[in-house]
Every structure is written in C-alpha cells, then in structure tokens.
Design a protein around this ligand. Sequence first.
Ligand SMILES: [Zn+2]
Length: 421
Amino acid sequence: MTELYRNPNENAEEYAPAEPITQETPSPLDIDRDWLVGVLVRLLQTPSPTGRTDAVMQFVGDMFTRLGVPFTLTRRGALVAELPGEPSPADTAERAIVVHADTIGCMVQRLKPNGRLELTPIGTHSARFAAGARVKLFVDGPDRVYTGTVLPLMASGHRYNDAVDSQPGDWEHVELRIDEPAENIEDLRRLGVQVGDFVALVATPEVTDSGYIVSRHLDGKAGVAAALAVAKAITENGIVLPHKTNIMVTISEEVGHGASHGLVDSVAELVSLDNAVVAPEQESIEDGVTLLMADLHGPYDYHLTRRLHSLAHSGDIPCVRDVFRHYRSDAAAAIEAGAGTRAALLGFGVDGSHGWERTTIASVEAVARLVTMWLRTKLTFAKWDASPEGELEGFPSALQPAPVERWTRLAPDEHPAGQDD
Ligand SMILES: [Zn+2]
C-alpha cells in the first residue's frame, strides 16, 4: 500500500476525504528493450509528416496485430487500440494513452524559376534546423519519390564567401534542391512536382553504444514506441487491467489537432506520452521521466499529475516535474475538444527538440515502465472518477485545501458609496 500523495490538510476534520486515498501499488513491468529500440528505429525510418501519415499508421497497425491487440482506425486515419479491462457493470470508466505518429515536415509552397522549390513548414519548426537536411519529396502517385537537400539560398562557400554567414536563417532563405535535372519551372512540372507536395525530413536514426538515440522525429515516435512496448508487456504477461485502456495513435498533433477526435466519452484518465524539453533552465531529464505540470494550454490535472509522480517514486523510476512555455500536446487538443477526462503528460527527455533531437533508451523505457504501473492501479479516485459527474458529498476536495482569505469590514466613512450597508 502506498499513499497516492500526501494530504497537505490531513488534520482538517471538516475536509475529511470522501474515500480512502490509498491503494495497492503495483511494481513496474519489465520492458523488452531490444524490441522497443527496433520498433522505434522502424518508426523513425518511415516518413510521416502531418497530413501524409498512412504508411506509418499501416506499420503501427501491423505491430498491434502482431501483439494480438484489437484496434480500429478513424476515417481520417488515427488508430485506437484496446487493452481489455476487468468487466464491471457498475464502472465503465476507461483510460487512454495518447501518442502521435505524425512529425514536423514541409510542403512545397512554390516552384521557383531556378528549378528549386520554396518550402513552407508543417508544424512549428525553424528553417535553421531544416537547412542541410536530406529529404524525400512525395509527388502525387505512389511510385515516384525524389530525394533532395534543403539549402540556404546562398549555399556555395566558393561563390558567396562570408555572405553565407550573414544571411537570415528563416524559411524565406532556404530552398529545396532535388536530385534531378531541374533548371526551371518547366523541368519541375515535367517531373510531376506540384505546389502542395509533401516533403519529409530524413530522420537518420543512430543508436549509440552509450545508450543514446540520435534522430529527427523522436518527438512523437518515441512515444509511439513506448506505447507499443507497454501493450507488449501487458499482453505477454496476460494482464487484465482494472480499466479498459485505449491506446490512441494520433496523426495531426504537430499542427495542433491531435487527439481532438476519436476519443470515447467514457475515458476518465488520459496520459499523453510525448517529448520533454531538455534545455537550459528546464528541469527535464534525458534519462528518466519528466512529468509535465503545465504548458501553453494551461495546467495539467492536479490529482493525476501528483498521482503519477507518487507512482514513479514508489517504482524507483527517476521522475521530475517541469513546465514548458512553447509546447502543446494531444492532451490539450482532447481537452479543448471537450473531453471530460483528467489529463496528464509523461515525457521522455529530448535534447534539441524540433531540431537535432536526441534521447536515451533509458528515458523511453522509464516512461513505458511508469505507464505499466499506472494502468494496473484503479482510477485516481476509484469512486468519484468512475462516473462523469456526482454529488458534492463525494467530491474529493480534501486534497486541495485553500485557506480562506481574511477580510476586514470597512468603516462607514471608508465605504466607496459613503454609507454603511
Ligand atoms: Zn512536436
């Protein structure tokens, strides 16, 4: 047994908890590391800029099929897999793990008279990190894919000398050079290139002996790999969870829609797995779990965040709290779309996010292990959270006390209206 988290107001009789706040704490399940890394590398090697994600979803679906986990796809192509929960007629509350398989990328904005392509970013990311990238350009039709390189407009050191260093690094100062003979717009048209074609930045994943994974697009895909590893651990151990759990793989997180569709109403707790921001003046760690307390969309659920932190502590999983200023997630999209669920986010540490990204196997594994603990507990408030609404007497307000502010009655001559009330 463990405390879910410490009640800061445990002496206040008037706020006696409406239900016990302790329950059995399971230990983390072992995660198949080699499998996790293998799946992650395959995900990274499958291009999936937001808006062109069908191939990666085919792979994700194939992985769930191999694990024997049933799933459905939405019309738009997001996937919802289902880990069974204990049958309970009185309690139909479900859980959701949400991850995203789409990544940042680019689209052809304009065919240029010099035979190169102007790009616009898909998702928010800097051209500074795109410059130099090898890419794949997808023209319409399944058979043709061109390779190329994103270049600064002044790309030749022998031609421009020091001016190379002083040119701006924004999207208006880069262009795509494809590896085909193209000197003008006509050449590009002959190759089938059109405005609106998708461009994927090649990820080039590397797994080092020291335990790092260095690749573009860890943002998103390491979360998908963690979720798949959780599904593998749960199914191979023959575990029936206390609550049916949906694993939702979304396809448009990088442009903000994320989990805005496809989530069932009965989800009471949602945890998104996504990148944590390893950067100066952030708390995020690269070798453990980062628990997000708030981001651009606001604070995450008070009780669920603290519950997850407490579980990490019980399971000896390194876990820190952090707040991200320039960050949104699938959880935000779900909440904004009206989901009546508690929501939290567990992050694997990513250094250089949306740029030259790096994480550790240990961090992705730690996130997966913590999720295996959480899924095997009952809801944060087993009774209160079981239904979408309830009476005040059952509302677990004891864990969030707020001392009442002091006030002083104004004297009559100080009253703004000049008279006593
Ligand atoms: Zn992102």
